[in-house]
Design a protein around this ligand. Structure first.
Ligand SMILES: *Cc1c(COP(=O)(O)O)cnc(C)c1O
Length: 424
């Protein structure tokens, strides 16, 4: 193996990039004492986000997770009516959720006492497989809600999924936390579901250090989310409460950072795309592929560049619940080896999101693949002759590459060489 010097400063997976305007808006908030959950920055970012996405209303919240929670709650109320104050609105109802995603996509279903049923992934976008979703409605015909993610900034096949949901009378909660700025058939993600979410968490394509945005075309829903997010006060001179409330509003200081970042979104997307293409070119002769997208219908925001190692180029790798082992082999590698090697050189990669159906907290939940119930002990699963789901396969063979937009060409070229050396 060639010897490279470790990077002097760490090359991150994806870290915040500030430009200068952010501090101006934060300072404005400070100098005018609008250090609160109301103020000019909040009003402005709501307008900017709604304009950019092309939806009628955007509500600025503390996080993407809080937006997903209130989305799920809104959907639940619409479907099942208002809950008693003490119990979740989804009480016992099943909800179809993307399987390969960050846990924040699906936890809100549990917050509302619903039961997530996970839907397997398709190879062509790494998002919810429409065929598996169709199968899920056959197995669970009563389900009325689908939580759908656009993973790593790549749009899911929304038209197919929308058509299936419409046919079964189901609502869609759209998690565009990672895909702000990505397009599907010319339209922004976050704009397809009944309720949309983007996130301004520190490692997303633009950031407020934290924060999220609820997106909708319904004035009523936007007002409800605004009310719920500020403790559900009724209009009375005292604190009058008819509904459970939350402290989920975005701060005007955070909004100042987001406001400064908004005009740099397209620039960040262009940088991320260049990183993706440089990897794709650099890996041309390796037995790997990049995270795929529907080139005809979608333009990802390329938030994270990922790679998948060909089956026959995988060295042996075993993963337990919390640790892993691999046996290196010439001409082959595995995510564990590549991530370990990157970290030795002071570069940060990350495993693919471990699928939800494999997580201990969701061990007992349903899981549906395109060929039936995907749990290993089910007959359909065994009869299918497939040993693992697509999600698990991508988790085993895939990884997220250093995708920071401040990474230089030189640094990326070295990262490419480091990865090549893993296959020697
Ligand atoms: C980041 C993220 C969230 C949550 O957003 P926060 O702002 O961190 O709460 C939800 N879903 C996905 C897919 C994410 O990557």
């Amino acid at each position: 193996m060639k010897n490279f010097e470790p990077f002097k400063s760490k090359v991150w997976l994806s870290s915040p990039t500030m430009h200068g305007e952010e501090i101006k808006y934060v300072t404005e908030a400070y100098n005018t004492n609008w250090m609160s959950t109301i103020g000019e920055n909040i009003n402005e970012v709501e307008k900017m986000a709604a304009d950019y996405i092309g939806c009628k209303y955007a509500v600025a919240l503390a996080s993407g997770t809080s937006s997903l929670h209130l989305s799920v709650k809104l959907a639940g109320e619409k479907l099942y009516g208002q809950p008693k104050a003490s119990c979740g609105v989804l009480q016992g109802h099943k909800v179809f959720c993307s399987d390969m995603t960050f846990s924040a996509t699906v936890n809100p279903v549990a917050y509302e006492n619903g039961e997530a049923v996970f839907i397997d992934t398709e190879c062509s976008t790494w998002n919810t497989d429409p065929d598996a979703l169709e199968r899920a409605f056959e197995i669970y015909p009563d389900v009325k809600l689908v939580v759908l993610v656009h993973l790593y900034g790549t749009p899911a096949r929304i038209d197919e999924i929308r058509e299936i949901c419409d046919r079964h009378g189901a609502l869609i909660v759209e998690d565009a936390a990672e895909s702000f700025g990505a397009l599907y058939k010319g339209r922004q993600t976050g704009n397809f579901g009944n309720y949309g979410t983007i996130s301004f968490n520190g490692n997303k394509i633009i950031t407020g250090s934290s924060g999220g945005m609820f997106l909708t075309d319904s004035r009523e829903d936007a007002e409800k989310v605004r009310k719920w997010s500020t403790q559900s006060r009724e209009s009375a001179s005292w604190y009058q409460h008819e509904e459970i409330g939350y402290n989920y509003r975005m701060s005007n200081v955070i909004a100042g950072v987001v406001r400064g970042q908004m005009s740099h979104l397209d620039e960040h997307i262009a940088q991320k795309r260049a990183i993706y293409e440089r990897y794709r070119e650099g890996f041309k002769n390796l037995p790997v592929t990049m995270n795929p997208f529907d080139e005809k219908n979608s333009v990802p925001n390329f938030w994270l560049s990922c790679m998948l190692i060909n089956e026959d180029a995988m060295c042996r790798q075993v993963r337990g619940e919390k640790n892993e082992l691999y046996i290196s082999e010439s001409g082959k590698s595995c995510p564990a080896q590549i991530l370990e090697t990157l970290s030795k050189y002071n570069a940060e990669g990350r495993p693919i999101w471990k699928p939800m159906h494999m997580q201990p907290i969701y061990r007992m939940n349903g899981f549906v693949t395109a060929y039936g119930n995907g749990r290993a002990n089910s007959n359909a699963y065994i009869e299918s002759g497939k040993s693992i789901s697509i999600s698990e396969d991508i988790f085993n063979r895939g990884l997220c590459l250093p995708s920071d937009n401040k990474m230089t060409h030189e640094q990326q070229d070295i990262i490419i060489e480091i990865i090549k050396s893993c296959f020697e």
